[in-house]
Design a protein around this ligand. Structure first.
Ligand code: ATP
Ligand code: MG
Length: 392
């Protein structure tokens, strides 16, 4: 089975450098590796000091580079998905733009990069696909897209399991939805299937994991912790944290030694937060990480562990347990503050909102119409107790 590793973190912390070093370490193990950039501000070319484009380029034995171009992918490789989106736009006024082409979900076009990664994975051509992503916010928006779109399609159109779920007669009045034509429906149905498969792939911890890159500074540490929590909310597996730019023990300067002490404080904090996740420390080099030699050095210094690509499932998925009088839905949300989490149930979904991020989880049939009887945290696990009223 192939492997996909996604790198993300705050802007400028070293995501591309660490992703590139992983790609070199992987290729050196004799595994055919693709390093793909899903950051629109591509810079694999800079770092490898070569031209990289929209087509896969071999740069050394077992190592290939690709800069994903969502616009080109949309037009040339996924025209049907594009058509489906246009149908969605024409039919629903609720979530979709009516201004011609723009789907009102920011960064929506990047979905095509994910779809391309799925196609490359399924081709079986590469043993490992390493994805260098944009900074945190953009990547989170990207990673929640497949689920969000599936949810919209199920909510507003009679696709997939929605045959049973959608309230067709009600929908027009309630959601101001006009159902699309038969042919458009097929396209939407097809896209729905693709989104479900995409989610299955990206959320399968045996295949795909996310690695976080950070530096030991307050703002970055705070963002890294939140990122971990949001990724858990969306059910992604985080299996590595890389603390970059660590100063040496004795810098020889009082000024820098003070900074090193500050760094230590944040390194300790990160190690406390990520107790279950392997944490790797990367020194601050006196030169930029640029060119193959610099990346090789980074790979050699910190990534030469036999377990670097080992699949290490850290946690169970969302679970439902039977409790007295109902069910309990458990979701791991490391570091979440209880008073920032808001849980509501709307007939068919549990809606979990943490700060500005929310996730709607469709309820299984038996829990349709359930009400929340209790919400609490047990360590890092959010427990939502649900009860279905007895029907007479
Ligand atoms: N350990 C390190 N020591 C010295 N320089 C480093 C180190 N890690 C990264 N750099 C340098 O820091 C800069 C940013 O690194 P990089 O491009 O990998 O970050 P990024 O997180 O991908 O940035 P962006 O958010 O812009 O994509 C680069 O100039 C890189 O050479
Ligand atoms: Mg980068």
């Amino acid at each position: 089975m192939g492997r996909i590793i996604i790198f993300t973190g705050k802007g400028g912390v070293g995501k591309t450098s660490v992703a590139a070093a992983h790609a070199i370490a992987s290729a050196d193990e004799g595994k055919k590796t693709l390093l793909a950039s899903a950051d629109m501000a591509h810079n694999l070319g800079d770092i490898f000091e070569t031209e990289v484009g929209r087509h896969i380029k071999k740069v050394r034995e077992n190592l290939f580079l690709l800069e994903l171009d969502p616009d080109m992918l949309m037009k040339e490789e996924f025209p049907n998905v594009n058509k489906a989106i246009t149908s969605l736009m024409g039919s629903s006024g609720a979530a979709l733009g009516k201004d011609g082409n723009n789907f009102m979900i920011p960064g929506f076009e990047n979905l095509f990069s994910l779809m391309k990664i799925k196609d490359i994975y399924e081709s079986g051509e590469y043993d490992r696909i390493i994805v260098d992503c944009a900074p945190t916010g953009e990547t989170l928006s990207l990673l929640k897209l497949p689920e969000l779109l599936t949810w919209y399609m199920e909510k507003f159109f009679p696709v997939g399991k929605v045959m049973v779920r959608v309230l067709a007669p009600v929908s027009k009045v309630k959601y101001k939805v006009t159902l699309p034509t038969h042919q458009a429906m097929n396209e939407i149905e097809e896209m729905h299937g693709q989104m479900v498969l995409l989610q299955e792939l990206l959320k399968n911890p045996e295949v795909c994991s996310v690695r976080l890159v950070c530096v030991p500074e307050k703002m970055v540490v705070e963002e890294t912790k939140r990122n971990y929590m949001y990724l858990s909310l969306y059910d992604y597996q985080v299996d590595g944290v890389f603390i970059n730019r660590i100063l040496p023990e004795d810098t020889g300067s009082e000024f820098m030694n003070r900074w090193r002490d500050i760094q230590k404080k944040y390194i300790d904090e990160l190690e406390r937060v990520f107790v279950d996740v392997p944490v790797t420390k990367i020194p601050w080099y006196s030169k930029e990480v640029r060119g193959k030699e610099a990346i090789e050095r980074l790979a050699r210094d910190v990534l030469k562990t036999p377990n670097l690509f080992k699949i290490n499932v850290q946690r169970e998925k969302e679970t439902y347990d039977v409790i007295d009088g109902g069910y309990c839905l458990s979701i791991r949300l490391p570091g979440a503050e209880a008073d920032k989490v808001n849980v509501t149930v709307h007939d068919m979904d549990v809606d979990i909102k943490v700060n500005n991020y929310n996730r709607c989880i469709p309820l299984p049939n038996t829990l349709r119409g359930a009400r929340v009887t209790d919400v609490y945290f047990q360590e890092d696990i959010l427990r939502i107790c649900l009860k279905v009223e007895e029907r007479m």
